[in-house]
Design a protein around this ligand. Structure first.
Ligand code: BJ8
Length: 408
C-alpha cells in the first residue's frame, strides 16, 4: 500500500518535473502556431513517455538509464531492454545538487545529479541500472555520488581515437554486456547484437532522413520543431517503429509543411541541448533566422555514423562507431571538425553558433579551434555563447544573437 502511495506521489512529482524537463508550455504553443497536425503525435509521445516507461516496468522489462551518447544502445536492443535518457536539462533540481556538489559545475551535471537525488525524474525512478561513461571530469566524478541512489555502471572511455582506444572500448563494451547479463539474468548472443545493430542503424538512417529536410532552402519547418522532434524520439521505446514514424512525418512535412521563407541559416554546435537551452533556438528564430542544423549530441553527432553490419567482430565494430563521436572530451577531436565541415556545406550555413554550458571546460577550450575553422576555412561568421539553465540571460542572449544575425 505504502509503495502504491509512493508511486502515485512520484507520478505527480515526476509528471511535473517531466513537464519542465521535456515538454514546456512554450513548446506546445510553438507547435500550435506552426504545424500542429504534423507534430502533435510527437508532443504526445513525449508527454506519455512517463506512462510508457511505467508500462514497460509493469511488463517486467529491464530499463536502462543513460546520460550520454557513448552508451552502445545496440546492447539494450539485443536484450529487449528499454533505454531512457535521464532528465538533465532543467534547473529545477540544481539547488538540491548544489548542497552536495560545487556551484561552479556544469548545469547538466548538477541537474542530472539533482534529479537522481530528489527522485523527481520518472526515468531515473524506473531505471534498474544507470550507465555512465568516463567523459568529462565533472560527469565521471558526479557518478561516484549518483551511485548512492541507484546502481551505476561506469564504462571507461578512452580520451583519444586510436587503435589502443578501440581495444580499450571494445573490452569495455564486452564488460558492459556481461554486466547486463549478470544484472538481468539474460544471455546476449552475437546474433542478438547483430539484430541490435540493424535496428539502431535503421533508426539512425531515419533520423538522418528527417533532419535532412532542412537542407531545403527555404527550410520546411522551424529549428525548434526539429529539435523537439529529435528529443522526443529519444523517449520512444519502440525503436523498431521509429523509421516508419519518421518516414510518415517526412511525408507530412513535404506535403503540409509551412515554408520558413528565406532567412539566415544557422548551425548550432557545442553542448547538448533541450529543455532550458531551447532558449538559444528561440532567440535565433525570434530574431529572424532559422536553425537548420544541430551538430551537437541533440542532433547529428551521434547519428551520422552507423555500425558496420558486416564486421566480423561485433564488439570492435561498436567500439569504432562510438569512439568516432566527435565529443570535446576526445583529444584531439578531429571528428567534430569533419562533421562540421560536411554539415556547413550540405546545409548551406550562413553562421555557426557554438553553445557552451557554463563550466564545461572541454567545449569551452575547443571554441578557439572551432572559431578558427569556421572563420578561416569555411569563411563564415561564428559566435560563441555561454549559458546555463536559468532564464536570467534571455535578454542578453537576444541582444547578442540579434546582432549576430544582423551581420549574416
Ligand atoms: S558525447 S557532448 S552527451 S559527454 S556539457 S557534462 S561535456 S561539462 S554532455 Fe556530452 Fe556524451 Fe560528449 Fe555528447 Fe561535461 Fe561539458 Fe557538462 Fe557535457
Amino acid at each position: 500500500m505504502k509503495q502504491i502511495v509512493y508511486l502515485e506521489e512520484a507520478y505527480q512529482e515526476s509528471a511535473g518535473a517531466l513537464e519542465n524537463e521535456i515538454y514546456t508550455k512554450e513548446f506546445e504553443m510553438e507547435l500550435k502556431k506552426n504545424l500542429p497536425e504534423i507534430f502533435e503525435e510527437f508532443a504526445e509521445g513525449r508527454k506519455n513517455a512517463f506512462l510508457n516507461v511505467k508500462k514497460i516496468k509493469d511488463q517486467n522489462k529491464p530499463v536502462i538509464g543513460i546520460f550520454c551518447t557513448y552508451f552502445p544502445q545496440e546492447l539494450a536492443v539485443a536484450m529487449d531492454a528499454a533505454v531512457v535518457s535521464l532528465c538533465a536539462t532543467s534547473d529545477e533540481t540544481i539547488p538540491a545538487a548544489e548542497q552536495d556538489l560545487p556551484k561552479n559545475l556544469c548545469p547538466l551535471i548538477k541537474s542530472s545529479y539533482g534529479f537522481g537525488k530528489t527522485d523527481k525524474c520518472p526515468f531515473f525512478f524506473f531505471s534498474d541500472l544507470v550507465v555512465g561513461e568516463t567523459t568529462c571530469d565533472g560527469k565521471k566524478k558526479m557518478y561516484e555520488y549518483l551511485g548512492e541512489f541507484k546502481p551505476v555502471h561506469i564504462m571507461e572511455l578512452p580520451n583519444r581515437v586510436s587503435e589502443d582506444g578501440v581495444t580499450l572500448y571494445k573490452n569495455e563494451i564486452i564488460r558492459m554486456k556481461e554486466k547486463l547479463e549478470e544484472t538481468f539474468g539474460v544471455t546476449i548472443t552475437e546474433e542478438d547484437i547483430r539484430r541490435g545493430i540493424r535496428v539502431k542503424n535503421a533508426e539512425r538512417d531515419s533520423l538522418k532522413r528527417l533532419y535532412s529536410v532542412m537542407k531545403a532552402d527555404p527550410a520546411p519547418i522551424s529549428g525548434m520543431d526539429l529539435l523537439n522532434t529529435l528529443v522526443a524520439t529519444t523517449f520512444n521505446f519502440n525503436r523498431e517503429g521509429i523509421p516508419a514514424q519518421m518516414d510518415a512525418l517526412i511525408e507530412k512535412i513535404q506535403t503540409e509543411g509551412k515554408s520558413q521563407g528565406k532567412k539566415p541559416r544557422i548551425l548550432i554546435t557545442g553542448c547538448p541541448m533541450g529543455g532550458a537551452t531551447t532558449k538559444v533556438v528561440k532567440a535565433c528564430e525570434d530574431n529572424g533566422a532559422v536553425v537548420v542544423a544541430y551538430e551537437n549530441c541533440s542532433g547529428a553527432k551521434s547519428v551520422e555514423e552507423n555500425v558496420d553490419e558486416n564486421a566480423a567482430d561485433v564488439y570492435e565494430a561498436l567500439a569504432r562507431k562510438y569512439l568516432n563521436i566527435g565529443c570535446s572530451v576526445m583529444t584531439p577531436n578531429d571528428n567534430r571538425i569533419k562533421l562540421l565541415d560536411k554539415m556547413i556545406d550540405e546545409y548551406k550555413i550562413d553562421g555557426v553558433i557554438d553553445m557552451e554550458l557554463q563550466a564545461c571546460h572541454t567545449y569551452a577550450i575547443e571554441t578557439l579551434r572551432i572559431k578558427r575553422f569556421v572563420n578561416d576555412e569555411k569563411k563564415i561568421p561564428y559566435m560563441n555563447l555561454e549559458t546555463d539553465y536559468s532564464q536570467a540571460d534571455i535578454g542578453q542572449l537576444n541582444t547578442r544573437i540579434a546582432a549576430f544575425i544582423e551581420m549574416l
